[in-house]
Design a protein around this ligand. Structure first.
Ligand code: GTR
Length: 419
């Protein structure tokens, strides 16, 4: 078995907090490298120049630049079911592709829109298991794409099986979301790029690169997170054309590596009016200069393909990177953003996730908005924050109804939506 195939098992073991030599979980040893200065003086100056400068730094040093010239997306309606989920929602199955880029097999998108709502705000996110794993409905086609091995999720020979149906339902509580008046649009992240070191060769990045699968990625060029984030924006493109969707109210969500992805999608694409990062950890909301749990060195060794090559040069030397993650959060300003941790998820460095929100605050202040409001890492299960929401939920690395309940309430509050 190739080493990369073992990585998901390793990752699961790490999330279970198996003590691992060389990983620091001692708060007194996190280091004290100062964070790069936001250099934000006025809202006007931030919007005119500083925001763009910082975005470019994230492209050059962390995620790479997202190409903008991939041509128009073709969206085919596969089916519409007006009485999905016992009449709760209308379900649309769509296939997205890029005409002229036949090497990319495209992506299957599923949208659930609550019935009896004129035009619904929508939460957009990618899943780890595919649409058939998110949905409890047996008539959603099984994904045929490459999947990470998982015995627990019944993936056999890197393919989904019938037994994988519904295995992500707890992370996507459709009833709760739809009954709150929100639509959901999602796709399998592996449709955009299979998640292993060589996955890009069969994914979007090779399909749109002049050198195809022979591309040698250079500093500043996109990695898998960039490609996945691109997919989220294409879903937003479609949602803007769907009259049943209130496209002025789109939120982007993601968990773990897909939380890193939702942050990167959300800061680049201002159509996402609320950005949600669930347990995104290292390479996401957690400050990279803190040596706690996963570090830049660990993540770039295990998952170099997620980032632009330059990011790997900060392994063991995060302080040399011209950005840190409070700057990523600040790029969302003045839009509302929510960062969530889980109390047992030390690998993701809960405090580091909170601190990026705290230190993004000065940019929100420029816009006359309040950020996390508190100064210290809040107690477990005590959500805080105004324009920067934060909570540290009881339990492990996961997405739960508790998380969703906070996110939907946060979006409703900022968008003045009635329950
Ligand atoms: C881990 C990785 C984390 C997080 C997680 C996940 O192995 O170290 O950064 O992304 O995977 O996505 O489940």
């Amino acid at each position: 078995m190739k080493f990369f195939l073992l990585l998901p098992f390793l990752a699961a073991a790490l999330h279970a907090q198996t003590p691992r030599p060389g990983v620091n979980y001692d708060e007194s040893k996190v280091g004290n490298d100062p964070l790069p200065d936001l250099k934000a003086t006025t809202a006007e100056e931030w919007t005119r120049s500083r925001r763009g400068e910082i975005l470019r730094l994230f492209e050059q040093h962390v995620y790479g630049k997202t190409p903008t010239n991939l041509g128009p997306m073709k969206v085919e309606g596969i089916s519409t079911k007006a009485d999905a989920l016992d009449g709760l929602a209308t379900r649309k199955l769509l296939h997205f592709s890029l005409p002229g880029r036949p090497d990319w097999p495209g992506m299957d998108v599923i949208v659930y829109i609550p019935n009896h709502v004129k035009s619904a705000p929508c939460v957009v996110g990618l899943s780890f298991g595919g649409n058939h794993a998110v949905s409890p409905e047996k008539d959603v086609p099984l994904s045929t794409r490459w999947m990470r091995p998982s015995q627990e999720k019944n993936i056999v020979d890197n393919k989904a099986t019938e037994a994988t149906r519904g295995t992500e339902s707890s992370r996507w509580p459709l009833e709760l979301i739809l009954k709150s008046g929100f639509a959901v649009a999602t796709a399998y992240y592996g449709d955009i790029e299979p998640d292993h070191e060589h996955g890009w060769k069969e994914g979007l990045r090779a399909a749109v690169s002049p050198d195809g699968a022979k591309t040698v990625w250079k500093d500043g060029e996109w990695g898998a997170i960039g490609a996945w984030a691109w997919g989220l924006s294409r879903i937003a493109d479609y949602l803007q054309t769907d009259p049943q969707i209130d496209a002025r109210h789109l939120a982007v969500i993601g968990h773990s590596r897909l939380g890193k992805t939702s942050l990167w999608a959300g800061v680049q694409d201002e159509r996402f009016g609320v950005i949600i990062s669930n347990n995104s950890g290292e390479g996401g909301a957690a400050l990279m200069r803190r040596d706690f749990g996963e570090t830049t060195a660990i993540i770039t060794k295990a998952f170099p393909h997620w980032f632009t090559p330059k990011y790997t040069s900060y392994a063991g030397n995060a302080a040399a990177c011209p950005v840190d993650m409070h700057m990523l959060i600040a790029l969302a300003a003045p839009r509302p953003i929510y960062i969530a941790s889980a109390a047992e998820d030390h690998w993701a460095d809960q405090k580091g996730e909170f601190l990026s929100g705290l230190h993004a605050g000065p940019v929100y202040t420029l816009f006359g908005k309040k950020g996390v409001v508190v100064d210290a890492h809040p107690a477990i299960d005590k959500p805080v924050g105004d324009f920067i929401g934060y909570h540290n939920r009881t339990g492990k690395h996961d997405v739960t109804d508790y998380d969703w309940t906070q996110y939907l309430a946060f979006a409703r509050r900022h968008w003045n939506l009635e329950k």
